[in-house]
Design a protein. Structure first.
Length: 203
């Protein structure tokens, strides 16, 4: 699999002061579920932004993306509409350039990204927090099999890659093997920059 990333450069240097919360993790870890719960919990907070990704794949009940064709994605990229874009699993992904204005305004931007973009985003933004969401291998396998999304490709290959790299360069790791509501609250605490180190027992 080939993955590449391009980040929009800022003439004034690294973009801040707002926080850029990057949610990463293997397929089947439940990233989209926890993100939906966190977004609902933060719905009334205008200082927290959950941008929709632009993807060359149809949206589904599992993820709320802006679906575009490959030609449209290329036109948007060439027009400078993206803050960051990357290739993964045969699809193109991007985050809209407007997130840079949110971060300059001091807001927290929360997005599901590929682990391959972490290094570039740490260089491009002042305040980056990486949250790895993962689960035991047997749980990942069960979730991927239940989802049965054609675009996931070879499940065995994805699991092998995911287990090796699940927590690469993460600042916070959430083992999403219990209550989704509980782990969603963990994610909200990280997003709000609360004391996530002192976790309470899962309910």
């Amino acid at each position: 699999m080939s993955e590449t990333v391009t980040v929009a450069q800022d003439e004034a240097g690294a973009i801040g002061p707002g926080r850029f919360v990057l949610v990463v993790g293997p397929s089947g870890a439940g990233k989209d579920t926890l993100l939906r719960l966190a977004q609902a919990a933060c719905a009334d907070d205008r200082d927290i932004v959950f941008p929709r990704r632009v993807v060359t794949r149809e949206s589904s009940t599992d993820e709320d993306n802006v679906a575009v064709s490959r030609d449209e994605f290329r036109r948007m990229r060439e027009h400078g509409d993206f803050a960051v874009h990357w290739e993964a699993h045969g699809h193109s992904y991007a985050l809209p350039r407007e997130i840079n204005d949110d971060i300059r305004a001091g807001r927290a931007v929360v997005a599901n990204v590929s682990r391959t973009v972490i290094g570039a985003l740490r260089r491009a933004y002042v305040n980056v927090v990486v949250v790895a969401i993962t689960a035991p291998p047997d749980v990942l396998a069960q979730r991927l099999a239940a989802r049965a999304r054609h675009s996931d490709g070879n499940i065995v290959e994805r699991l092998s890659r995911s287990v090796d790299d699940a927590s690469a360069r993460a600042d916070v790791t959430i083992l999403n093997a219990g209550s989704a509501d509980y782990h969603g609250r963990q994610l909200v605490r990280v997003i709000r920059n609360e004391c996530w180190q002192d976790e309470l027992p899962a309910q």
